[in-house]
Design a protein around this ligand. Structure first.
Ligand code: BV8
Ligand code: ZN
Length: 254
């Protein structure tokens, strides 16, 4: 359990963020790669945008998959293998504790991450806007399956129609899963407090949820290592590792 904070550990910002959460009935938490950084998952910007020698914006697209499916699978199998050794960090677990302070369906995690760490930590109400690296689907028919992290061949084929399988993730230029998007937009419209954790707020439409929540009256709390595109509309900014800041907020609330 969290140790009670010493007075000097409670910055004015932690107190303000805690106040927003105390007064909130509905909370949304938008997370990005930064919340998984302390679990050892490299972020997109942190890795200089280069992954295994690839630029994410060149590889995570349907065009890249059509042009060179082997290279795209090599990129995703590399990331799937990377997930095998990682586990949730104190930031993920703090969100599990925070969720329990709110009524069912009044706390929504909207994640851009595809690592599955929020579910692994025990969070319940999760919307995965960009898919999940543990699921694969057919590029032609409706076949879809959770293969967790089992190794896959370099060009996996659909057991139903023999077409090429692809990772069940949203590539640049692709639409987001409708149900997850609608639920996330709905939650952002009705929340009183919107936490933005570990995202550079560059990728849309996910990042658009921040101003959407603000426009609907939510208090915006940003948790990041540095200022981002969202900082200008944040009501309070807490700068440091989310794996330290989130547990501090939870400890201060209880
Ligand atoms: C769509 C899954 C259209 C795949 C991802 C021009 C050309 C083409 C498209 C566009 C364009 N301009 C705009 C677009 C739209 C595009 C977009 O937004 N592009 C950006 C680059 C400008 N968006 C799309 O294409 C989306 N689809 O628009 O469809 C459409 C519309 C209608 C009809 C048909 C089509 C789809 C976007 C989804 C792409 N898929 N992921 C995969 O992962 O392989 S996005 C991927 O990158 C991640 O999921 C994530 O969302 C994003 C990276 O963002 P972050 O998570 O924020 O990570 P980042 O590294 O950037 O930042 C990390 C942050 O953490 C930093 O701020 C850092 O300071 C902080 N941090 C680090 N350590 C810590 C920390 N914070 C706290 N504690 C720490 N310890
Ligand atoms: Zn198929």
């Amino acid at each position: 359990m969290h140790h009670p904070l010493e007075p000097h550990e409670i910055s004015e910002e932690i107190e303000r963020a805690s106040q927003f959460l105390r007064n909130a009935e509905r909370v949304v938490v938008l997370t990005g790669a930064g919340i998984s950084a302390e679990s050892g998952v490299p972020t997109f910007r942190g890795s200089g945008g280069l992954w295994h020698g690839h630029n994410i914006y060149d590889v995570a697209t349907p065009e890249a998959f059509a042009r060179d499916p082997k290279m795209v699978w090599e990129f995703y199998n590399f990331r799937r293998e990377g997930l095998a050794q990682i586990k949730p960090n104190p930031g993920h677990y703090a969100l599990v504790v925070l969720e329990q302070r709110f009524a069912k369906n009044c706390f929504t995690i909207v994640t851009q991450n595809i690592d599955g760490l929020h579910r692994a930590a025990g969070s319940r109400n999760i919307q995965e806007l960009h898919g999940n690296l543990r699921r694969i689907k057919c590029s032609q028919c409706e076949f879809i399956e959770d293969r967790d992290l089992e190794p896959l061949p370099s060009l996996p084929k659909c057991p139903k129609c023999a077409a090429l399988l692809r990772p069940d993730v949203v590539w640049f230029g692709e639409t987001l899963p409708m149900a997850a998007w609608m639920a996330s937009e709905q939650a952002a419209s009705h929340c009183d407090c919107f936490l933005v954790v570990g995202t550079s707020a560059i990728v849309f439409p996910a990042a658009g949820l921040i101003s959407h929540a603000k426009d609907h009256g939510a208090k915006i709390v940003e948790i990041n290592m540095e200022q981002t595109q969202a900082s200008s509309i944040a009501d309070v900014g807490l700068y440091g590792p989310s794996g330290e800041i989130l547990p501090k907020i939870v400890a201060h609330l209880s």
